[in-house]
Design a protein around this ligand. Structure first.
Ligand code: ZN
Length: 111
């Protein structure tokens, strides 16, 4: 019997929230000097291939594009801007709600 899609989504959200909480705790334990060192070493570089990212205007947001591997990076809030222009109840809307610490909505919200 195939698992229920809502159960799978609920478990996925729970696991992701637990992982994010654990990683956040680990990062809080790093010293300010280590955080600064990491920022200086990696600022505006692709986390996949290490090449310099290029900021590019894309509609209402400025995305950071890697010219080498074609990866795309979004700053905090930019995913929300993109998703909210797509409507409630979509996969991306549910992902955004999960990232903000809420359960995905079961049915569309009006307004
Ligand atoms: Zn890259």
């Amino acid at each position: 019997m195939k698992p229920n899609k809502n159960e799978d989504e609920y478990i996925w959200v729970q696991e992701l929230q637990q992982r994010m909480a654990r990683l956040e705790k680990e990062q809080q334990a790093e010293s300010a000097a280590e955080k600064l060192r990491l920022k200086e070493a990696h600022w505006m570089h692709c986390p996949k291939c290490g090449q310099k990212l290029s900021p590019e205007k894309c509609g209402a947001v400025e995305i950071d594009v890697c010219p080498s591997c074609k990866g795309v990076w979004l700053d905090q809030g930019e995913l929300g801007t993109i998703v909210e222009s797509g409507g409630q109840g979509s996969f991306f809307q549910n992902c955004l709600q999960m990232l903000r610490g809420r359960q995905p909505s079961a049915k569309p919200r009006v307004g």
